[in-house]
Design a protein around this ligand. Structure first.
Ligand code: LIP
Length: 265
């Protein structure tokens, strides 16, 4: 598939992400937010809005493109499809922010071909900001091109991170961040990985790392970051995975990776 062929996928992804965003924002404004279930811990919640958003996205995408596959955060099980395109979706990334009315939550929609995201949309309903990217076509925020920062010094770097829900994982993450904090400008924990990756893409963060990300947390935001000039991977030569996701501009990336390895992340 050549780059222009992704245009229709990007248009559909953006349309559907905005529709789902309007749904979750309306429910937030009406304060009709109900916790439907918990997942990995009692604080890892799924609201009825997560479920409604995923249903809307899945129905809209698979009605438009019935042969595509689908992997969403809330239903877990994936639909394989036969077209070679798989949609990877987080219906609300930053659910705890959503629950508390903190605006840092997003609808994240990616189209993946051969295990590589080719289209990514991260829409933040509360602010209206929408990042879009297609492979080889650059990254945009509300239609304007974005680029990573040129920061090449850890001591000057503003670094984002996040923490999992399980207490044991948090203990390890806390130990790493405690030793990282004195080595960088400062640390931000905003609570939605897709937005963090887009902040790197926009130069609002110089770097970002997190353990425990699922494909739907990083698919769309990771493509936005790469298309804005970031390097995105794991530790060493490993690709980004649940084990570790690191994102930064090319000057900072190896320094951040080395620091994380030194700290035993
Ligand atoms: C969230 C991630 C975030 C992480 C949170 C949570 P969710 O995803 O995007 O980076 O630190 O603990 O996992 O659960 O809101 O979709």
């Amino acid at each position: 598939m050549s780059t222009p062929a992704y245009g229709p996928l990007l248009g559909l992804a953006e349309e559907v992400a905005r529709e789902a965003g309007a749904l979750v924002l309306r429910r937030r404004d009406e304060r009709t937010i109900t916790v439907a279930a918990t997942k990995s811990s009692p604080t890892d919640v799924v609201t009825e809005s997560d479920q409604a958003s995923e249903r809307l996205i899945r129905t809209r995408l698979l009605t438009a493109r019935p042969d595509d596959g689908f992997l969403g955060e809330e239903e877990g099980a994936s639909v394989a499809g036969s077209s070679g395109v798989v949609w990877v979706v987080d219906p609300i990334d930053g659910t705890v922010n959503y629950l508390y009315g903190i605006p840092a939550y997003a609808v994240s929609v990616a189209a993946v071909v051969d295990d590589q995201p080719v289209v990514g949309v991260v829409h933040v309903p509360a602010t209206g900001e929408t990042w879009t990217a297609q492979r080889g076509g650059g990254a945009h925020l509300d239609g304007r091109p974005v680029a990573v920062s040129d920061c090449g010094e850890l001591a000057q770097a503003l670094v984002g991170t996040g923490f999992g829900y399980a207490a044991q994982r948090r203990a390890v993450q806390a130990a790493v961040v405690a030793r990282l904090l004195p080595r960088v400008r400062d640390v931000r924990r905003m609570g939605a990985a897709s937005i963090d990756l887009c902040q790197v893409a926009t130069g609002r963060l110089d770097g970002y790392y997190e353990q425990g990300l699922a494909p739907w947390d990083r698919a769309a935001g990771g493509l936005v970051a790469v298309e804005a000039g970031a390097l995105v991977g794991g530790l060493g030569e490993a690709p980004a995975s649940e084990r570790m996701t690191v994102a930064a501009g090319p000057a900072l990336y190896p320094l951040l990776q080395e620091l994380l390895a030194e700290l035993g992340a």
